[in-house]
Design a protein around this ligand. Structure first.
Ligand code: NDP
Length: 500
């Protein structure tokens, strides 16, 4: 037996017998002082860490990103500074609402998160396979997620909770339309696009800047399950997408995505026909065409799922010089609360875990904390300013100043009728007859499980997006068409009152 293959305890002591507990007599009473038995069982009791409250079920892989087009007129980010430059990445794909043991083929958005290990620190792209989101203010997020989880009394998924919230939150109708198209049940994690969703500010060393949206387009092509195919896959293999990602990389079939941006000049933002920082809306390609940036390839499987995928932690707040946040209310909160979630789930030193640690040199004045696994910055100074040669801030890493003059308050987004324009365009202009038929069938089969008054309220929202869309949903649910039309003509407050 090779010397390094000897079984030891967690503290390195060789183990003599790993099959029999220490007893008095034969088989006898177990000794409390069997330290190896105690160590083994007590560690086992602590194997689980808190499950992610969203995006719990996922799969990941390592790879690289290469710049294929010059984007230096948009950003001074070092990892994008020249064509041909490569950066290591780690990507994680996930479903959102289900638990860690849920099926990969469930109808749900797919999380699409990429960590770029750049020379100026980690840049995390924390997107989805949909370019928009259900809500645009993070204060609604816990409520929204509760409705996708289990009923507090029955502990089962509940169509009343799901559709009650959505029908009371009309800005969700765009994302609901994408979710209930066949894009809500992708064939695998390889056959979907990724979108950062939010606008970010990209700026150059000269101080020019743009509002930028990031798109990852799959080279494998978009492929989806129909509702029946997804149901069949859930029964056949609940881990099908996890298995597909691992097996395709193992066989040398490396999934790849082309990366693009849309870039809005700052002067456009204030006068655009809707708020470009509203994450329930896309920037139309006709106004802001896709600009090629690079290519991402995933070519290496994790060696250990827990170490590399379960402990991977992404945050939209992790951006690098050359990028800054935008005044998107969802982004503003996500930028800090993802980090907070990881502090809870993994502890204050989660940034030292190998999958999360930057490949760039890290030199901060943070010290101590549970599970500090590096040298804790040795004997160097632990405060700033100091005159003992400690690391110093570099003003070049500052975001250019932003001028703001406004009052503080709690305000909804204005112009809520705009919320129906893009889902309507998607239904009328982007989907073909087959996609529309699948959309209607998928919604009817799910919304049909909710109370009738909720069906009316939601059908009216589809009707507002597109008359035919609403009419077909109402027909599928056998609702009174005239009543749906009347509800669609009301304000949201009147509609809620009429469907109490
Ligand atoms: P375009 O015709 O230029 O773009 C339509 C885009 O829709 C396509 O490029 C494709 O984007 C995407 N698409 C196709 N089928 C579906 C589907 N079933 N569900 C969701 N997206 C689909 O028009 P616009 O840019 O004016 O957008 C029109 C509508 O398309 C939007 O209101 C939005 O609902 C949807 N869309 C727009 C995107 C954008 O960034 N402009 C991105 C994705 C969807 P892709 O190749 O990226 O998948």
């Amino acid at each position: 037996m090779a010397e390094d293959k000897k079984l030891t305890t967690g503290f390195g002591r060789p183990v003599g017998d790993d099959q029999n507990s220490q007893t008095v007599g034969s088989p006898g009473y177990t000794l409390l002082s069997d330290v190896h038995l105690h160590d083994k069982l007590s560690h086992f009791n602590r194997e689980r860490i808190p499950e992610r409250v969203v995006h719990a079920k996922g799969a990941g892989a390592h790879g690289w990103f290469e710049v294929t087009h010059d984007v230096t007129r948009y950003t001074c980010a070092k990892f994008l500074e020249k064509v041909g430059k490569k950066t290591e990445v780690f990507a994680r794909f996930s479903t959102v609402g289900g638990e860690k043991g849920s099926a990969d083929a469930e109808r749900d958005p797919r999380g699409f998160a990429v960590k770029f290990y750049t020379e100026e620190g980690n840049y995390d792209m924390t997107g989805n396979n949909t370019p928009v989101f259900f809500i645009r203010d993070a204060i609604k997020f816990p409520d929204f997620i509760h409705t996708q989880k289990r009923n507090p009394a029955t502990n089962t998924k509940d169509p009343d909770m799901f559709w009650d919230f959505l029908s009371l939150t009309p800005e969700s109708v765009h994302q609901v339309t994408i979710l209930f198209s066949d894009r809500g049940t992708p064939l695998s994690f390889r056959h979907l696009n990724g979108y950062a969703g939010h606008a970010f500010k990209w700026y150059t060393a000269k101080g020019d800047w743009w509002w930028v949206k990031l798109h990852f387009k799959t080279e494998q092509g978009i492929r989806n399950f129909t509702r029946d195919e997804a149901a069949a896959m859930i029964s056949k293999d609940p881990d099908h997408a996890t298995r597909d990602l691992f097996e395709s990389i193992r066989q040398g079939e490396f999934p790849a995505w082309k990366v693009f941006i849309q870039a809005m000049p700052p002067a456009d933002a204030g006068k655009y026909r809707f708020d470009p920082f509203d994450v329930t809306k896309v920037l139309p390609h006709g106004d802001y065409p896709l600009i090629p940036v690079g290519r991402m390839v995933l070519d290496r499987n994790p060696e250990n799922y827990f170490a590399e995928v379960e402990q991977a932690a992404f945050s939209p707040g992790n951006i690098v010089p050359g990028m800054a946040l935008s005044p998107d209310k969802m982004l503003q909160a996500r930028a800090v609360f993802y980090h907070d979630a990881h502090l809870h789930r993994l502890g204050p030193n989660y940034h030292l875990l190998p999958v999360n640690a930057p490949k760039a040199a890290m030199a901060s004045y943070q010290r101590d904390g549970a599970m500090r696994t590096d040298d804790n910055s040795g004997g160097g100074p632990n405060y700033w300013p100091n005159s003992f040669g400690g690391p110093a801030p570099d003003p070049r890493a500052n975001e250019p100043e932003v001028e703001v003059s406004a009052t503080v308050g709690r305000r909804p987004y204005p112009k809520t009728e705009d919320d129906f324009v893009q889902p309507g365009n998607l239904y009328r202009k982007v989907m073909d007859d087959e996609a529309r038929a699948h959309l209607v069938g998928n919604i009817v089969s799910h919304l049909g499980g909710a109370q009738e008054r909720i069906q009316y309220r939601q059908a009216a929202l589809f009707h507002k997006a597109d008359k035919e869309y609403g009419t077909r949903i109402a027909a599928g649910l056998k609702l009174d068409q005239k009543k749906v039309e009347r509800l669609a003509a009301m304000t949201q407050e009147e509609r809620v009152e009429a469907t109490k």
